[in-house]
Design a protein around this ligand. Structure first.
Ligand SMILES: [Cu+2]
Length: 236
């Protein structure tokens, strides 16, 4: 994947694309999704934010099966509740080329009766961090009292960040016309980093968080997304 001219990362991805294919499902309408694992490692697909049975949920700790290399798994479930959800793989152990460090994530939209209202454009933005490595974790408070940095373990640091396929400045800009109403669906698909976003000169009206409608949509200048959090907002 070429994040920017000359900046290339190698990763595993759904159908060879990052983010993976956009899945649009209807709330309450059963689906069957076949996943073939053509990678060299056992894998699993987690359907994040869905209320479904544990065999199909794609969570090892709940007993969902892994997909062996070369194997196929058929997921069958009835998607609910409506909202901006996502798919991603799970786990990695200490291998930073696997699991949520990889490009295996994508948007999963469960469309319900409640509509987001009229809009001119719908834009999907997924944020991810690349080039992970273990870095020393420094506990600053204790470092202060000891008068020197104290390494207490390891953390993960990254070389690059991207929005969809590209680093800031390297991709196509979002093109809008004056007065357009733009529905943005944002996903923090980073393995470990929280994300703060702003679009100077614009405000975002947050209408859903973590895929679920907020009771009082509020206009904000800065959005903060925890890992795997999704925000849906209006931008003018
Ligand atoms: Cu998740």
């Amino acid at each position: 994947m070429e994040l920017a001219p000359g900046v290339v990362v190698t990763t595993t991805a759904y159908n060879g694309q990052v983010p993976g294919p956009l899945l649009r499902l209807r709330e309450g309408v059963p689906v069957t999704i076949d996943v073939t694992n053509v990678s060299a490692n056992p894998d699993i697909v987690h359907w994040h934010g869905l209320a479904i049975d544990s065999l199909n949920d794609g969570a090892m700790e709940e007993g969902s099966p892994m997909i062996a290399p070369g194997g196929l798994l058929r997921y069958t479930y009835t998607p609910k509740p409506a909202g901006t959800r996502c798919t991603h793989t799970r786990g990695s152990g200490r291998d930073l080329s696997l699991g949520t460090y990889s490009g295996q994530f994508g948007f999963l939209l469960v469309e319900g009766k409640a509509d987001a209202g009229a809009y001119d454009q719908e834009i999907f933005l997924a944020i991810h961090h690349w080039g992970p490595s273990f870095v020393p974790m420094v506990e600053t408070m204790r470092a202060e009292s000891a008068n020197q940095p104290m390494t207490t373990g390891s953390d993960v640091g990254y070389q690059y960040a991207s929005i969809n396929q590209h680093m800031l400045g390297a991709g196509e800009p979002i093109r809008v016309k004056q007065g357009q109403r733009v529905l943005m669906r944002l996903l923090n698909a980073s393995a470990t980093e929280n994300v703060i976003l702003a679009l100077p000169g614009h405000k975002f009206k947050v209408i859903a968080m973590d895929g679920n409608p907020v009771p009082n949509p509020t206009a904000v200048e800065v959005l903060s997304l925890a890992v795997a959090e999704r925000v849906m907002r209006w931008s003018r």
